[in-house]
Design a protein around this ligand. Structure first.
Ligand SMILES: C[S@@+](CC[C@H](N)C(=O)[O-])C[C@H]1O[C@@H](n2cnc3c(N)ncnc32)[C@H](O)[C@@H]1O
Length: 249
């Protein structure tokens, strides 16, 4: 993913200019004690979160050696180096070796397929004890929503972030008790596939995402007739002849 130049200063710490996608991820992360950046690549998100004071500490976990070496080079120049841990590892198992339990955790999994994100979450059991979970799936968002719904994470925000010709989806969850109100009065399967908050949104990028999704589902329905119901809801939602119930607002 492209690295942008450093610009400006904030409290004496160089402020990194990030892509719109990474900026949007940081907005969803908010403030936390520990940011766990899984599938971190060059750990740009973790470095920026600590440098900007959003995260007190960060752990970046990455499978491959080359990006981690680049992250280590960037870390050597960071005044926050003592609060950022880079770990080479496969999924959240690597965290057990690197971290003790701590409250105020946020977990980010960005830039990978939702199927891989869901697999990594399933393997972890409890999402590393995170209270907030932010996932940016390149595809297969339904699998992330399904995992989160079954494991006590409520959907708080769904955003479509434009970057070039792409629209990146961001799903933001927080740990909560009881039924997730985002899915109130909406068949769960439909919610998982389409995104219950996207369906309710009038924001222009969200609507653009739904239009793209409608085209994709229309093509897929020919191969997988089970998707016809989801496609019908989406098509009606786009024409505004069908609105999901307001229960999750
Ligand atoms: C496209 S990059 C995304 C980087 C960064 N999260 C972002 O959004 O810009 C995906 C990264 O996930 C890493 N990855 C894939 N499977 C992983 C796993 N099981 N554990 C840790 N990292 C993994 C890959 O090596 C790759 O660097």
């Amino acid at each position: 993913m492209p690295m942008m130049n450093e610009i400006g200063k904030q409290s004496g710490v160089p402020r990194q200019r990030l892509s719109p996608r990474l900026e949007a991820l940081l907005v969803e992360v908010g403030r936390c004690q520990l940011l766990i950046d899984l599938c971190a690549d060059h750990a740009r998100l973790a470095l920026a979160a600590v440098a900007r004071g959003q995260a007190h500490r960060a752990v970046a976990i990455e499978l491959r050696k080359a990006p981690l070496e680049e992250a280590r080079r960037a870390l050597r120049e960071s005044p926050c180096a003592d609060r950022i841990l880079l770990v080479r590892g496969d999924g959240l198992d690597a965290l057990a070796r690197a971290e003790s339990a701590e409250a105020g955790r946020a977990l980010v999994i960005a830039g990978v397929g939702g199927d891989l994100a869901a697999q990594l979450l399933a393997r972890s059991g409890d999402a590393a004890g995170a209270e907030r979970l932010v996932v940016q799936p390149n595809r297969h968002a339904a699998e992330v929503r399904t995992w989160a719904h079954a494991h006590g994470f409520h959907l708080r925000a769904e955003r479509a972030v434009p970057e070039g010709r792409r629209l990146h989806l961001l799903l933001s969850f927080s740990r909560a008790q009881g039924q997730d109100p985002a899915y109130a009065d909406l068949p769960l399967e439909l919610g998982f596939i389409l995104g219950p908050l996207f369906l309710r949104s009038s924001e222009s990028c969200a609507r653009a995402h739904l239009r793209r999704e409608e085209k994709r589902l229309r093509a897929l329905t020919a191969l997988r007739p089970a998707l016809a119901a989801a496609h019908a809801v989406l098509a009606a939602c786009i024409k505004r002849s069908w609105s999901p119930p307001r229960g999750g607002d």
